[in-house]
Design a protein. Structure first.
Length: 216
């Protein structure tokens, strides 16, 4: 266990095990709070209002909704709040979580042997002075994912594990799905769902020292 170096607490507006593990590996033990956000409703309302023109607009909007949903929680007072959202862009289409096995199977049959762009939106709120009253900023990070040309058997076996059902694009690189990714162009952490490089840049923009998060 490291000696505690940090003085700034980071709140993660997510219950994603992958994002939590990534932060912990980076020396940060955040306070994780589940955001009460209906992603499909938020996205639909934004599209109707003409606020979404691209996949990057979508992930940033959802990341912001998550951060704002958590920022009024009294447990976040004195902290920096970060909300994140990820979507795979493939053939001009935004692919989120498949939820159903057949959807995941069909998706992988489209993806295999091809590539897509994984976009992760990050929205940060400075809650050090008051609940939801601080400065907020955001940024999207994108990486190209090259998928392996896997067999029908491998697809069905992978989907049967349940892993791809609840993740953007129906794949992971930090779990079982890592064996089915040929390579990544860009920030690998972006594909996991939270870019540490982007987190650092946004943190500095808010006038906070990134290393002050280190508390593990």
């Amino acid at each position: 266990m490291w000696q505690t170096l940090g003085v700034t607490r980071l709140v993660l507006a997510s219950t994603s095990p992958a994002r939590l593990s990534l932060l912990r590996a980076g020396g940060i033990e955040p306070l994780a709070i589940a955001p009460d956000v209906d992603e499909e409703l938020v996205a639909e309302e934004a599209k109707t209002a003409g606020k979404i023109h691209s996949v990057t607009d979508l992930v940033l909007l959802l990341a912001r909704a998550k951060a704002e949903a958590v920022s009024n929680n009294e447990n976040t007072l004195g902290s920096i709040v970060i909300g994140c959202d990820s979507v795979l862009e493939f053939d001009g289409e935004a692919l989120g979580k498949p939820h159903e096995p057949q959807v995941a199977i069909d998706r992988w049959k489209r993806l295999r042997g091809k590539s897509g762009i994984l976009h992760s939106g990050h929205w940060m709120i400075d809650n050090r002075d008051g609940l939801g009253e601080g400065r907020s900023i955001g940024q999207t990070s994108s990486s190209i994912v090259h998928f392996s040309d896997i067999s029908d058997f491998e697809i069905e076996a992978y989907v049967a594990t349940g892993e791809p059902l609840k993740v953007a694009g129906a794949f992971t690189i930090d779990g079982l799905g890592g064996a089915f990714i040929d390579r990544i162009e860009g920030d690998t952490h972006t594909v996991i769902g939270l870019s540490l490089t982007t987190l650092r840049k946004l943190t500095i923009e808010l006038g906070v020292e990134y290393t002050s998060y280190w508390n593990r």
